[in-house]
Ligand binder design. Sequence first.
Ligand SMILES: C[S@@+](CC[C@H](N)C(=O)[O-])C[C@H]1O[C@@H](n2cnc3c(N)ncnc32)[C@H](O)[C@@H]1O
Length: 205
Amino acid sequence: MNDAISKVLDKLEEQSKKEKSRETQVSAEDRMLAITKETGELINMILRVKKAKNMLEVGTSTGYSTIWCAEAISEQSGKIITIEKNPSKIKRAMTNFERAGISNTISIKEGNALEILTQMKSQQEYFDFFDCVLIDADKENVIKYFDLILSMVSIGGVIITDNMLYPEKYRECMAKYSEHIKKNSKLRTITSPIGNGEEITIRMD
Ligand SMILES: C[S@@+](CC[C@H](N)C(=O)[O-])C[C@H]1O[C@@H](n2cnc3c(N)ncnc32)[C@H](O)[C@@H]1O
């Protein structure tokens, strides 16, 4: 990993730690709520093994997870589309992408993910398009996001969903999500205890 990327990731990890321990007071809507480092490493590894080129992320926040993904995707000259509704987080994410030197790999779509995904789903260019998707926005819409995304995922494509196990307040909602995926015979899925709990789903057919 190059120095610029590693420096930005280190800084964001430090910030995330401070926010979690309440050492820094941040308003609810400005909290990073980032994936763990372990999850970043896992997704980076999946992207490398798949030699993934096209990635979609729902929930950019300040860009920590996006940078982990871009570090792998950039080696395949690929692209990441990432969706975020909070303008101040987008600003922070853009600064982080610049500092990490990976802005060219990332395209941010600003707005409500349900609306953006509905629009994208109707565009032929995204049909069977994404090799990998990370779902990490609001949890109440997670099944809706998944259903909108599925036709945009290529056969063999992977969908990773954060917060399956932690925070515990989401557990019931995320268990329903996992059950929803298991009903579809064209998918295989496991709930991994890595990080905050990651659902790793493969489109088989
Ligand atoms: C858990 S954080 C994402 C963390 C990020 N993936 C990371 O690991 O660095 C969830 C983000 O989703 C955004 N979000 C929540 N609901 C959204 C919606 N309906 N449309 C777009 N973004 C949304 C929030 O503003 C927040 O920044």
